[in-house]
Write a protein that binds this ligand. Structure first.
Ligand code: NI
Length: 261
C-alpha cells in the first residue's frame, strides 16, 4: 500500500478526468491520498472531493504565494472548514522566499496565523518552505511549533533540503515528505537526505499536478506516480519497495490519523 500525502487533484487541472486519475492511482497501489488546499476555494474543493471517497482526506490552508489574502474573515473560514471530519491537516502554509508572490511580511503573518489555527484545532501542520529555512524554524520555535510537532505533528512537504537540514527538521520533531524532485538525476544532495533520514520520519507525495518524477517530466503529475518516488527511495536505501511502502504508509496514518478514525 502507498499513500500520496500531498496532492492537488481537486484542482481544475483534473476536472476532465479526475475519476480516471483516481482509478489509475488505486491500480498502482495508492490506497489513500490527502488533498491539499492552497487558498479558500481550493480548500473547499479538497474537502468536498474527500467527502466523496472513503480513501480521501483533506488539508486546508493558505499557500505562502497567496499569503497576502490572509485576513480575519479568511482565517475564520479556514477555522470553520478545519472542523470538518475529513480534514486531517492544516496547510499548506509556510514561507517561499524564492518567488515572493506575497511579501515576506505577509507570508510570516499568514504562517503564524495558521500555526495558531493548527494548535487550536489540534491538526498536523503541512509546511511548504523554499529558501527560508532559518526563518521557518525561527517562527516555528517562537510559536510553539516544537511542542505542536511532538504532540500533534508537522511535515515539511516536498522536502528539498540536504542531509543537515533533514537532521535539523527531524530533531525539531517534523516528518519529511519527498516528492518527484528526488528522482531527478541531479538531485544528489536530496537523494542523500532521503537515503539517510530516520525511517520513522519518512513520507512520500506527488504534489500533483506539479513535479512529475523522472520518466514523466514535463507531463501533468498524478498520484499513481508516487510509486516512482517510493521505488527511488527503496533503491537508494537498498531495501525492498514493500518495506518503503509499508513504513511510509504507517507514518502517514500515524501523522494524519487516517485509520482507525
Ligand atoms: Ni502542494
Amino acid at each position: 500500500m502507498l499513500i500520496d500525502t500531498h496532492t492537488h487533484i481537486a484542482d481544475p487541472e483534473f476536472d476532465a478526468d479526475r475519476e480516471a486519475v483516481i482509478e489509475r492511482a488505486r491500480a498502482a497501489g495508492v490506497r489513500k491520498m490527502i488533498l491539499i488546499g492552497t487558498d479558500l476555494p481550493s480548500s473547499r474543493r479538497a474537502v468536498s472531493l474527500a467527502e466523496q471517497h472513503p480513501f480521501l482526506w483533506a488539508a486546508v490552508g493558505l499557500h505562502p504565494h497567496e499569503a497576502k489574502a490572509m485576513d480575519e474573515t479568511l482565517s475564520q473560514a479556514l477555522e470553520e472548514l478545519a472542523g470538518h471530519p475529513k480534514v486531517v491537516g492544516l496547510g499548506e502554509t509556510g514561507l517561499d522566499y524564492h518567488y515572493n508572490h506575497s511579501s515576506p511580511e505577509d507570508q510570516r503573518r499568514a504562517f503564524i496565523e495558521q500555526i495558531r489555527l493548527a494548535k487550536r484545532k489540534r491538526l498536523p501542520l503541512v509546511i511548504h518552505t523554499r529558501e527560508a529555512w532559518e526563518e521557518t524554524f525561527r517562527i516555528l520555535e517562537q510559536e510553539g511549533g516544537r511542542s505542536h510537532a511532538a504532540d500533534v505533528g508537522a511535515v515539511f512537504h516536498c522536502f528539498t533540503g540536504d542531509s543537515a537540514i533533514a537532521a535539523q527538521a527531524v530533531r525539531f520533531g517534523c516528518y519529511l515528505s519527498f516528492s518527484g524532485i528526488m528522482t531527478f538525476p541531479k538531485a544528489l544532495a536530496l537523494q542523500q537526505a532521503a537515503a539517510s533520514v530516520d525511517l520513522s520520519r519518512l513520507l512520500i507525495e506527488t504534489d500533483a499536478p506539479y513535479l512529475a518524477p523522472q520518466g514523466y517530466r514535463g507531463k501533468r503529475n498524478e498520484p499513481a506516480y508516487v510509486r516512482v518516488v517510493a521505488e527511488k527511495i527503496a533503491a537508494l536505501r537498498n531495501c525492498p519497495l514493500e518495506k518503503i511502502a509499508e513504513v511510509t504508509s504507517g507514518n502517514a496514518e500515524r501523522l494524519f490519523q487516517l485509520s482507525p478514525r
